[in-house]
Design a protein around this ligand. Structure first.
Ligand code: ZN
Length: 329
């Protein structure tokens, strides 16, 4: 079976970050917004480094202004994911981009996103669940608003809470109130850490925010005790190799720690993060891992099973996706 057709589970995908550049360009034209500066000559997003990436990302988001825009975005993103064999996906959603953190506005955006998810499930056979993420560089007060949005709307679709954004802004404990509120509401928790920060950032995140998954977490490779802990406690890393290489968090795929982390017993999964910004997709991620580390179908099946076990969905959904994985040729 080709790696593209292999059924996949993806846990770390930012909805706006997955927006195809053509979709964003089209929407900018409809609304007469000039964001031509964020595109390269070939029509792709032009990204230089992490700080520039945040600027380009936020500029792209300025064209997404209504629930209907997000309905269309969700459909476009899921169509792309399904093309690469993804049958279950979790996406980060930010109330900061969907109504500015106002709960009533957020409900409308979320309803539109859920409507698109249901349509994509029928059309493309892909299941989506949502994780509200606060944005670290927008500060703890805005994070509280995101957590309240999440707590008010949790359910079958909206199942998790997390934090993205610039990792080196503040410390994890600054956001403990939001994570506590989300946990008390029954949401599952993940947080970006150890992409730019060191192993201490991962350890502080586990201690202060009590999350069960870590976004990226690749800095754990620099601390043997932390790796032992992640392996022992089954803390799953949402590893995004293509993103790490594109932004320079890893020098190359050849020197990326994913294989060593896995070797050490740390549960790793593979995701694309913000695929068009980093010129990647799930097929390319798998192809790279096959090429550089010699991973084959057994390795990818284990990776996918780890991801499904760590998915923030209910038991019925997990069982349904497991059946689909088993039924794959
Ligand atoms: Zn991310």
């Amino acid at each position: 079976m080709s790696l593209a057709a292999l059924p996949k589970v993806e846990l770390h995908l930012h909805l706006e970050g997955a927006a195809p550049p053509g979709f964003i360009r089209g929407m900018a034209a409809e609304k007469r917004i000039d964001i031509s500066g964020i595109f390269a000559e070939d029509g792709s997003y032009h990204v230089e480094d992490f700080d520039h990436f945040i600027q380009v990302y936020e500029a792209a988001c300025t064209v997404l202004q209504s629930p209907e825009d997000f309905r269309r975005l969700t459909l476009a993103v899921l169509e792309q994911s399904a093309k690469h064999g993804v049958i279950y996906s979790e996406t980060f959603l930010s109330p900061d981009f969907c109504g500015g953190g106002d709960v009533a506005a957020w409900r409308d955006y979320l309803a539109a996103i859920e409507e698109a998810a249901a349509e994509a499930e029928r059309e493309f056979g892909i299941t989506l669940r949502g994780i509200v993420t606060c944005i670290r560089h927008n500060g703890p007060d805005q994070a509280k608003r995101a957590a309240l949005c999440a707590a008010e709307t949790m359910g079958e679709f909206l199942t998790g809470f997390g934090m993205a954004g610039a990792e080196m802004v503040g410390r994890p404990r600054d956001f403990a109130w939001s994570f506590d509120a989300a946990r008390e509401a029954g949401l599952r928790l993940t947080c970006h850490a150890g992409e730019w920060g060191g192993p201490d950032m991962v350890a502080d995140t586990l201690r202060d925010l009590r999350v069960e998954r870590i976004g990226h977490g690749i800095a754990a490779i620099r601390d043997e005790d932390l790796m032992l802990r992640l392996a022992g406690e089954g803390v799953v890393l949402e590893v995004c190799p293509g993103s790490n290489v594109a932004l320079g968090a890893a020098l190359s795929l050849e020197t990326h720690p994913i294989a060593d982390l896995r070797e050490a017993g740390v549960p790793v999964t593979v995701s694309t993060d913000d695929p068009p910004f980093f010129h990647t997709d799930m097929t390319r991620e798998f192809e790279g891992l096959a090429r550089v580390f010699g991973w084959g179908e057994t390795d990818f099946a284990e990776l996918t099973r780890t991801a499904l076990d760590a998915a923030f969905c209910d038991a019925d959904t997990r069982a349904r996706i497991a059946k689909k994985l088993e039924a794959a040729p």
